[in-house]
Design a protein around this ligand. Structure first.
Ligand SMILES: Nc1nc2c(ncn2[C@@H]2O[C@H](COP(=O)(O)OP(=O)(O)O)[C@@H](O)[C@H]2O)c(=O)[nH]1
Ligand SMILES: [Mg+2]
Length: 311
């Protein structure tokens, strides 16, 4: 597979090309990804999530720069729900990530969430693996912490960083609802604004109520990303988290959890493609008509539809 050997040889264009193939489900993409798979497993994959405008892209930029000073290579994937495949918000991220964008050892890719309905985690995972095989030491995946699919994306990381801003106030409930469990590191960015200490204390109290049995107490770090303050601490915490995973056997657990999500996504994707490709569109339409006409219920119809797979 020519594209794969070019990629393994360090050709950035091959990386971009394979990423597009994977995103568009082009013919040959799956085969290439399958052959690439044995070359993965070396990168530290870090998910960075939080509300829009909390400074994730700014932080990612600084984190990447800091890693570069430590001699590490970096890949960045920015998952942005507001941009279609290669659209608008990409530009904004490019501008905020302008410092690293000039560094040849940093590979940045923006990814829209449209067109990946349900398969966002799968696509992101593909891009992560491409960067992993390409030899990047650190892979930063930025997602907006808005919905279930973003949470799924974050689940595929080794380390999950939640970025909040001072004065979350009412958001605390929302945070309690889902984010507390998935955060390995909490960052209070924009700590130049009022209320950072209070927010840290509130978060700390919430973590106290959420007893952690993995032996890792998520640190809370205050940063001012645009002034590069606290960024070194975040990197240190991320390094420590990886050391913790490796020294406790939790690494294996995470890999297993990740692989589980991944395999499930791939199976779902395969079933979906199979059903579409095997000319079932008409059958689908006729089932819809039957339901509408009151001849069939959707549950039985679904059973009927997936029958060829069960056989
Ligand atoms: N005051 C302040 N502004 C920041 C800080 N970090 C980022 N910003 C600004 O916040 C805005 C949103 O940042 P961005 O990184 O795009 O946020 P994202 O949507 O979470 O990726 C930009 O105008 C940044 O310059 C910070 O620590 N303090
Ligand atoms: Mg951003």
């Amino acid at each position: 597979m020519e594209i794969l050997s070019r990629l393994l040889d360090g050709d950035r264009r091959a990386v971009a090309r394979l990423m597009s193939m994977a995103e568009n489900d082009s013919p040959g993409a799956k085969k290439a990804l399958a052959e690439l798979y044995p070359h993965t497993g070396n990168a530290h994959i870090i998910g960075i999530t939080g509300p829009p405008g909390s400074g994730k892209s700014t932080l990612v930029d600084k984190l990447a720069l800091f890693y570069r000073t430590k001699g590490k290579t970096v890949g960045i994937i920015a998952v942005d729900p507001t941009s279609p495949f290669t659209g608008g918000a990409l530009l904004g991220d490019r501008i905020r990530m302008n410092e690293v964008a000039l560094d040849k050892e940093v590979f940045i890719r923006s990814m829209g969430t449209r067109g990946h309905l349900g398969g966002l985690a799968l696509k992101t995972g593909d891009l992560v693996k491409i960067l992993d095989a390409f030899g990047k030491d650190i892979i930063l995946v930025e997602t907006v912490g808005a919905g279930q699919s973003e949470v799924e994306v974050v689940k595929t990381a080794h380390t999950t960083v939640i970025v909040e801003v001072p004065g979350m106030g009412d958001d605390i409930q929302a945070i309690k609802a889902g984010i507390l469990e998935i955060g390995d590191i909490f960052v209070i960015n924009k700590s130049d604004m009022e209320g950072a200490d209070e927010t840290s204390r509130e978060l700390d109290a919430m973590l106290d109520m959420n007893p952690e049995n993995s032996g890792w107490r998520p640190p809370i770090i205050q940063t001012i990303a645009n002034s590069n303050i606290g960024v070194d601490e975040v990197v240190e915490a991320m390094d420590q988290h990886m050391e913790h995973l490796k020294s406790t056997g939790n690494y294996h657990k995470r890999i297993k959890a990740r692989t589980r999500v991944e395999l499930m996504e791939i199976i779902r994707d395969n079933i979906h493609s199979y059903l579409i490709e095997s000319g079932q569109d008409e059958k689908f339409d006729s089932l819809v008509d039957m339901i509408v006409n009151g001849e069939l219920d959707p549950y039985t119809a679904a059973e009927e539809f997936v029958k060829p797979i069960k056989e």
